[in-house]
Design a protein around this ligand. Structure first.
Ligand code: ANZ
Length: 924
């Protein structure tokens, strides 16, 4: 072989790796482990574009590097293969989503294999495969069979809760449960019917069925989670989303809120992502205060973080959805208040919150009594009060809260300040400017005032300290076909789990992927969608799981994907532990990353895994944007003007396929062939060429700027693609795809190849001892690579390889002692060429089992020094001398130097001062 024939080399080594299972990873107690993971893709119909593999290449480099460093590396890949696009395609075409999904996976796998990843393909998982979702269903069952015990601060089995209920009822049970759970004794429990018992347990189970206000997207025919809704529209498709009450399965993720917060302290993630999670969880420390409704048995509970401002409360405000609000409306207010509520209810929470310009609300006509001072205050219904947060009611303190202030101003309600100084006097400003002595808060500032106030509340039984989380329980059901069926059937209207032996509950066939005529989800079309028990045949749940179910635990399944008796073997899970490096997009900051942390903590509580944080270190790669190209058409003609001349004509810009543009020059023949209407296009050229304009935009089909990795590989090879993607810039940055620099990277690899070959293309290395200069060039690159891997700075290593190869080329280096370690060094980036060179060097095993070259500082230490020679304080000459010379030897060399001689003009210096390694100073 002569030339660098990347096509042949890459195919050869990809086949070799596959045949030899080079990347197979099994626990090995003799080696330290390293688990590097990519966020697995949804296999879409469009295939991969060059942006997708960016993160995979980075993790692949780390995987290969760690392996050379002696680690046992797990680096798997799989597919998050349930999802909406396949289902929507199925609705349009009647094609079973399993078929399109399979086709897309085949295509993805082929594309990924072309890039030469060190994936252990034997570990592949697919979330839509029954052998996989069997275990997603199993985890669901464990959640159903668990509750969160606050004393133990972990999930415990529902059976242990039942035993407690049998012994002592629930009054001493500290557990996370529904808000309105009543207190009962063990006698009550015994007296409960089976149905009542099940209803009570549902209030405790970690996954439960309840009437919930959900985001309903009529166009998609399904419920969406908060992170799937953006500003009142569905993230996918941009359809309107409304709030609606429906019976839904939820996951009691709120039980884990505190642990999800604390866990963030243990992981090495970027601060912005941690902050997003903290905000999403939204922990507020405050109090719940009960206000009595005047002349009524009703009470209103509010949640406040500023109970110290209670003397400044001038009205109460309820969410428009509140049932109580409707009940409190008096006759004379009925018309206005009801009309308002009707309008407000149909606006989504987000809409109401984001619309700050219109302040709307209505007075109910009823009054409440401030428990602290007995004052009567109006009860209002207001837009800005959210039904789903706290108690859905606010004690309004217009003087101290901006939203209350705006509302009070708008409706002319009283604004009364609580003066800090007055606290010190133990008094508060009261109605009409009077100072009311609170009688119990004296000499206290805000925080102490709050503590005191809470004590007072608790003493009087009118409230209690409360920690409130912004995070809501996660709605778990979707009214879709292409998802995991819930392993649940219904008896007497209540949900029961199917038996474990009947898992997986396989997705049934349906005639159409649409809801039924009477609005049931698509599974309602399945024949015999029922479950048979000894008691009879019962209907199965018709909703399926959301997209995040399968991705909340896949990192465990990779360790043991074929196990059909357990979701993962405990010993394997213990060996691999947490993911050491997780690479993926930051768009999953609050969805996937919270849900998978939640499930991991739950599985930890169950004792089936030993880690409670799944992802130790995470890097969020930036997006690769498209670099669109434009041609300029003269209006009304089929004539196109080159960029530099376009302003001389009346033109309009038109996107052109970037794949027929090369270094911003349009390939005219390909352009004519691109679309039939362009076949007879004419051109106004510059220097015989057509130059296109360019712009950075999102990579998308409609902008004709999608670059397919296959095309790059076809032209330059996978090693160039890999190195080039890294060379584009820091991994975390957003950056445009710009092929203009790719030639340079390709040339670098060809130069690398040439180091091992004679100009006529013969492989030739010599066994001579490397020179210092050669060793220095190599060790500089080794050092840089080590540092870069530590800092995950992938682009800078490529530059250091280029420098190294250039230096070695200049030195005409072909020594084995240099070229062997060099091949190992570049192998994480360019594994195919490295394997080929390695085998040419005479090795019979894969370069992946080599050892990373050891960096030796001594090679970087300079052996010579360029001495400045000062004569009477002025620098007159420079002398390059070995650092090993002694002072008399240096003097001798200096005196013998021609330039120095010239400046001395034959005189002997009066004084000679020499500092070795620094300076020669002569005074004449
Ligand atoms: C009186 C008060 C006085 C308040 C003051 C704030 C400042 P965070 O920190 O986000 O938890 N609030 C309570 N429930 C609400 C709901 N369902 N919809 C809208 N607002 C609600 O906010 C807690 C504060 O937000 C609470 O404390 C309450 O107003 C309001 F100078 O009570 B505060």
């Amino acid at each position: 072989m002569a030339e660098y024939n990347f096509r042949e080399i890459e195919q050869k080594w990809q086949a070799y790796w596959e045949k030899n299972q080079t990347y197979l990873a099994e626990p090995n107690p003799d080696k330290p482990k390293f688990y590097t993971l990519d966020m697995f893709p949804y296999p879409s119909g469009a295939g991969l574009h060059v942006g997708h593999p960016l993160g995979y290449i980075a993790s692949d480099i780390i995987a290969r590097f760690k392996r050379l460093k002696g680690f046992n590396v797990l680096h798997p890949m799989g597919y998050d293969s349930f999802g909406l696009p396949a289902e929507q395609y199925a609705i349009q075409t009647g094609q079973h989503p399993a078929i399109t999904t399979e086709q897309n996976i085949t295509r993805y796998t082929e594309q990924l294999k072309n890039i030469g990843f060190a994936f252990d393909w034997s570990k592949e998982v697919r979330t839509s495969d029954p052998s996989y979702y069997k275990w997603t269903q199993w985890i669901f069952m464990q959640l159903f069979n668990s509750y969160y015990d606050q004393d133990a601060d972990k999930a415990l089995s529902i059976d242990s809760l039942i035993s407690r209920f049998e012994k002592e009822g629930n009054k001493n049970v500290k557990a996370v449960c529904d808000d309105e759970t009543p207190i009962f004794s063990h006698l009550d429990w015994k007296a409960f019917t089976e149905k009542e018992k099940q209803e009570m347990l549902l209030k405790y189970r970690l996954t439960f069925l309840a009437e919930t206000t959900v985001n309903w997207c009529a166009a998609l025919g399904t419920v969406l989670s908060n992170d799937e809704v953006k500003d009142g529209f569905s993230e996918r498709g941009g359809h309107p989303v409304e709030r609606k009450k429906m019976m839904q399965w939820s996951m009691r993720i709120t039980a884990y809120a505190d642990r999800l917060l604390q866990g963030l302290e243990k992981v090495d993630w970027s601060e912005p992502i941690k902050e997003m999670q903290r905000n999403w969880i939204g922990k507020s420390i405050g109090a719940e205060v009960t206000f009595q409704v005047k002349d009524s048995a009703e009470t209103i509970k509010v949640f406040t973080t500023r109970v110290d401002t209670i003397f400044g409360v001038t009205y109460l405000a309820l969410a428009p959805e509140s049932d109580l609000a409707a009940a409190l409306i008096t006759e004379d207010q009925r018309a206005t208040a009801e009309a308002y509520i009707e309008v407000a209810k149909n606006r989504s929470e987000r809409e109401r919150m984001s619309d700050v310009k219109t302040i709307s609300g209505a007075f109910t006509g009823s009054y409440a009594i401030n428990p602290f001072n007995g004052e009567e205050i109006q009860i209002w219904v207001a837009d800005y009060v959210l039904a789903g947060y706290g108690t859905g009611a606010v004690m309004a303190v217009p003087a101290h809260d901006e939203r209350d202030y705006n509302f009070a101003k708008h409706f002319g309600l009283e604004i009364r300040q609580v003066i800090e100084g007055s606290m010190e006097n133990g008094s508060f400003p009261g109605k009409g400017g009077l100072i009311i002595n609170s009688g119990f808060i004296s000499n206290l500032y805000m925080k102490d005032a709050m503590i005191k106030a809470i004590e007072f509340l608790e003493e009087k039984g009118i409230g209690k300290g409360k920690i409130q989380f912004r995070m809501r329980d996660a709605i778990f059901t979707r009214q879709r076909y292409w998802g995991e069926p819930l392993p649940v059937y219904f008896k007497d209207g209540l949900p029961y789990l199917i038996e474990e032996k009947d898992l997986p509950l396989v997705l049934p066939e349906v005639d159409k992927y649409l809801p039924t005529e009477d609005g049931a989800p698509p599974l309602g079309r399945a024949k015999d969608w029922t479950y048979r028990t000894s008691e009879g045949e019962f209907p199965l749940e018709m909703s399926t799981m959301p997209g995040w179910a399968g991705s909340s635990w896949y990192f465990f399944r990779y360790m043991d994907p074929k196990n059909d008796t357990e979701f993962v073997d405990k010993a394997k899970a213990d060996y691999w532990g947490a993911v050491d490096l997780y690479i993926g997009g930051s768009e999953h900051a609050t969805g996937h990353l919270l849900y998978s942390r939640f499930w991991t903590k739950f599985l930890f509580d169950l004792g089936v895994v030993s880690i409670d944080e799944p992802f130790q270190k995470m890097i969020n790669q930036g997006m690769i944007q498209g670099r669109s190209n434009f041609v300029y058409r003269i209006k009304g003609e089929n004539k196109f003007v080159s960029l530099g001349l376009k302003d001389q004509y009346d033109t309009s810009a038109m996107h052109v396929d970037v794949n027929i543009v090369y270094n911003d020059q349009l390939n005219l023949d390909k352009f004519k062939a691109w679309r039939p209407d362009l076949a007879d296009a004419e051109f106004i050229l510059e220097d015989g060429k057509y130059y296109c304009g360019s712009e950075v935009e999102k990579m998308s089909k409609s902008k004709y700027n999608v670059v397919n990795p296959d095309d790059i590989i076809e032209r330059y090879g996978a090693d160039t693609l890999r190195s080039y993607e890294m060379f584009l810039g820091p991994l975390e940055q957003f950056k445009p795809w710009n092929t203009n620099g790719i030639d340079g990277v390709f040339k670098f690899l060809r130069k690398l190849w040439n180091l091992y070959h004679t100009p006529t293309g013969e492989f030739q290395v010599s066994d001579e001892t490397p020179t210092k200069a050669e060793l220095k060039a190599l060790h500089k690159a080794i050092k840089k690579m080590e540092e870069d891997m530590e800092n995950h700075s992938f682009n800078t290593s490529v530059s250091s390889f280029m420098i190294c190869v250039n230096e070695l080329t200049a030195l005409k280096s072909n020594k084995r002692g240099i070229l062997e370690p060099l091949a190992v060094l570049v192998s994480p980036y360019a594994p195919h060429i490295a394997e080929e060179l390695w085998s040419l060097l005479g090795h019979s095993t894969s370069i992946t089992s080599a050892t990373f070259p050891e960096f030796k500082e001594e090679y970087l230490i300079e052996s010579n020094f360029e001495y400045p020679v000062m004569i009477n304080g002025k620098m007159r000459a420079k002398l390059n001398l070995p650092l090993s010379l002694t002072v008399p030897e240096i003097e001798k060399e200096a005196m013998a130097d021609e330039t120095v001689q010239k400046w001395l003009e034959g005189k002997a210096p009066k004084k000679v001062i020499i500092v070795p390694g620094k300076i020669v100073n002569l005074v004449i």
